[in-house]
Design a protein around this ligand. Structure first.
Ligand code: HEM
Length: 117
């Protein structure tokens, strides 16, 4: 059970890496757009995160305030990805506030995961 939980954490981290990595690529290639990979990363991190939100395979209590905060942030990132992708389809570009918020909030969620004990 413990090994399975660690594997789900690994999948969760892959989701984070795909989302944040795809965002960094767009930051440095100058396009600053929203890509399909970002949606995939969010979906992978979200599904694995929800699985980890249940207390299985651990002997300590989960921090539900932290998990709830991360869930709210994930939903906001999802909304920004949706709004940004819509704007990109209509106008050909993503408002820079939306693009930056996606990266900053993704980074913030990882920081919360690691620093909030
Ligand atoms: C973009 C969104 C997210 C990012 C970047 C992210 C990032 C991370 C990272 C880096 C860790 C490893 C931290 C560590 O083990 O010290 C982690 C663990 C965890 N995350 Fe997330 N996360 C996200 C969304 C979520 C969501 C939506 C949930 C739940 C609803 C969630 C629940 C958890 C739980 C429960 C753990 C601890 C796993 C364990 O130690 O058993 N995460 N997250």
């Amino acid at each position: 059970m413990e090994l399975l939980r660690h594997l789900v954490v690994l999948v969760h981290l892959v989701g984070f890496a795909v989302l944040f990595g795809a965002w960094v690529v767009e930051l440095f290639n100058g396009k600053r757009g929203i890509t399909r990979l970002m949606h995939w990363g969010l979906a992978i991190a979200g599904v694995a995160g929800l699985a980890l939100a249940a207390p299985w395979g651990i002997e300590y209590d989960l921090n539900y305030a932290k998990i709830g905060t991360k869930l709210v942030i994930l939903i906001v990132i999802g909304a920004l990805l949706g709004i940004g992708a819509g704007r990109q389809r209509k106008t050909g570009s993503v408002p820079s506030a939306i693009f930056w918020l996606i990266g900053i909030l993704t980074f913030a969620n990882a920081a919360i995961a690691v620093l909030w004990r």
